[in-house]
Ligand binder design. Structure first.
Ligand code: NAP
Length: 306
């Protein structure tokens, strides 16, 4: 199979495109012919060596959409030819490839009305946004939430999910993406280059930060007493608040079929539409990583694999 992989950690230039052996289905697994795979922030962090040890060559990528090509005998709920989407097991990479093997139990059927490209774009971003907004923050109708980094993949999903729940949504973005986040449903938009969000925003019941660094740390300032904040771009631990009357949380983003089916259900209900997508071929992985690593684009970067 063709794949985009690394043989050493480093910059985007270490990404290679070439042939690797096809995977086979182990017990409880299916092999998927990948049609589309998306780029996530984690991918360039893995590529640059920020995560744990790897066995090279290492195929990058976590979420995908495709068609089941092979089924282990123990799997009875998926069959060859099923269109599926999913996210590889936590700590596993391998979606930037024409084929991957994955536990059947963490794959979901792709809705017919959702293209493979859109399904790949919604995989990890959807699991993460659902985990943060519904499971971790337990956002409720009528509450106000600040979502930092509104034009990004996870935040784009989170804005729409928060609106679907019935919350009031404030978000931050650069001037180029103001209309984009308004189109996703944001009630109030802060251009972070023109306004200091800590002065422009207050009275929030919740914060969801997808930016990290100083932005994460300063986010506690906008919370009401008793408010809660969730962080996904500050490493494995949530930052320590500089006040004692708020809660700082780090969503645990698991892999399971149920939250993928929740993505499908939200799409079917019209609550979530796919983000803006820029398409690449697997042979352009280095170029896609340069854009992702710049952290200034909108929506998702997706590989059209076949
Ligand atoms: N399981 C997990 O824990 C998990 C899962 C997925 C993602 N993540 C992490 O979550 C983060 C977000 O990922 P992502 O893929 O959604 O998006 P991303 O690609 O990391 O972020 C891109 C977006 O961030 C915006 N942005 C950059 N600086 C900003 C600032 N100072 N204020 C407001 N917005 C800013 C950019 O908008 P402008 O161009 O308008 O600046 C751009 O749209 C990454 O660090 C990723 O690694 C964690």
């Amino acid at each position: 199979m063709k794949a985009a992989f690394i043989k050493q950690f480093g910059g985007p230039e270490v990404l290679e495109y070439g042939d690797l052996p096809d995977p086979v289905a182990a017990a409880g697994e299916v092999v998927v012919d990948v049609v589309a795979a998306s780029v996530n922030g984690a991918d360039w962090k893995v590529r640059s060596g920020q995560y744990s040890q790897a066995v090279f060559p290492l195929v990058l990528g976590r979420d995908f959409s495709g068609v089941v090509a092979e089924v282990d005998g123990g799997v009875d709920d998926l069959k060859v030819g099923d269109a599926v989407f999913g996210v590889l097991e936590a700590g596993r990479e391998g979606a930037y490839a024409e084929k991957l093997a994955i536990k059947a139990a963490i794959v979901a059927k792709k809705p017919d009305g959702l293209s493979h490209v859109d399904a790949a774009a919604l995989g990890l971003t959807g699991l993460t946004a659902i985990s943060a907004i519904e499971t971790t923050l337990q956002l409720k109708r009528g509450e106000t939430i600040l979502i930092q980094g509104g034009a990004g993949g996870v935040a784009s999903f989170a804005i729409q999910l928060a609106k679907h729940i019935g919350a009031r949504v404030i978000t931050t973005t650069s001037a180029a993406n103001l209309d984009y986040v308004r189109g996703l449903g944001a009630d109030e938009v802060i251009d972070y280059n023109a306004q200091d969000f800590t002065k422009a925003v207050s009275g929030c019941d919740a914060v969801f930060d997808t930016v990290g660094g100083d932005v994460a740390q300063k986010s506690f300032a906008v919370l009401n007493p008793g408010g809660r904040a969730a962080f996904i771009a500050s490493g494995a631990q949530a930052p320590k608040p500089d006040r004692i009357d708020v809660t700082s949380l780090r969503p645990a983003v698991g892999r399971a079929r149920a939250p993928l089916e929740r993505i499908a259900q939200l799409f079917a209900a019209g609550a979530i539409r796919p983000p803006e997508i820029k398409l690449y071929r697997l042979s352009q992985a280095a170029e896609a990583h340069r854009v992702s690593e710049s952290r200034h684009f909108r929506g998702k970067l997706v590989f059209q694999v076949r």
